[in-house]
Design a protein around this ligand. Structure first.
Ligand code: DC
Length: 225
């Protein structure tokens, strides 16, 4: 069974997707982390982010892995654990740029489909329901207002001991939404057969319950969920 969860930055996709995966005992695949890994590597290796060819070549030459470990999913770039390094604002902004490159997306698509072959998966991203897993059994499009998403990111950053500026976060989220939705290749878009879940004002548990109900309806009789 394949569950696709798409939506804009800060809608709560990864928290919700992880909980759904652990509830159903499915494998969780965070595709945003893969774009973040590439963005981190461009910064680390001084590859100019506006040079599509070099960025794409960097991805070709590397190995990105998502490994399930005791405390959750870890992201590896050529065997280096970069899980905690890819959540900075700088990496977020670069990730949105590298994700707009057709060559990069084509490579990611192959990797992500291979990962999804492993069996029952919950995959989150921007183009899972529309491109990566067009035949997913359940497609969810998770969203929330820009204000609420900025507030959540702010709380998350402060909670982790980072500095944050709410107004700047709002602006950056709006910019990323625009770039993700307007890019030519696989833009952020709700699949025609996806269920829209607006999480504004809802708790994580409420959202998880809602989606689990949808998954159970879709998997009824399959013995999987
Ligand atoms: O979900 P996130 O913030 O970790 O994603 C980082 C960036 O990667 C974001 O700008 C959108 C992009 N992305 C994408 O284009 N397609 C995906 N399937 C996942 C993420």
């Amino acid at each position: 069974m394949k569950i696709a969860i798409d939506g804009p930055a800060g809608a709560g996709k990864s928290t919700v997707a992880q909980q759904i995966a652990s509830e159903l005992n499915f494998v969780y695949i965070d595709t945003g982390a893969m774009y973040r890994a590439l963005a981190w590597a461009t910064l680390q290796q001084g590859v100019p982010v506006d040079n599509q060819q070099e960025v794409s070549a960097l991805l070709t030459s590397a190995r990105i892995e998502l490994r399930r470990e005791e405390d959750g999913q870890h992201v590896y770039w050529n065997d280096q654990d970069i899980t905690s390094l890819i959540r900075t604002q700088e990496v977020s902004n670069h990730a949105s740029i590298v994700a707009s490159y057709g060559d990069v997306r084509a490579q990611m698509l192959v990797l992500q489909r291979m990962m999804a072959e492993s069996g029952n998966v919950v995959m989150d991203g921007r183009d899972i329901g529309t491109h990566v897993l067009p035949n997913a059994d359940v497609k969810i499009f998770l969203t929330a207002s820009v204000d609420e998403r900025a507030q959540r990111r702010y709380a998350e950053l402060i909670g982790k001991g980072n500095e944050a500026d709410l107004e700047q976060l709002k602006q950056e989220i709006a910019e990323r939404d625009k770039r993700d939705s307007e890019r030519e290749v696989a833009p952020l878009r709700q699949a025609d057969d996806a269920v829209l879940v607006d999480t504004t004002g809802l708790s994580i548990d409420q959202v998880v319950d809602k989606i689990l109900t949808i998954c159970k309806q879709a998997g009824e009789g399959s013995g999987i969920v």
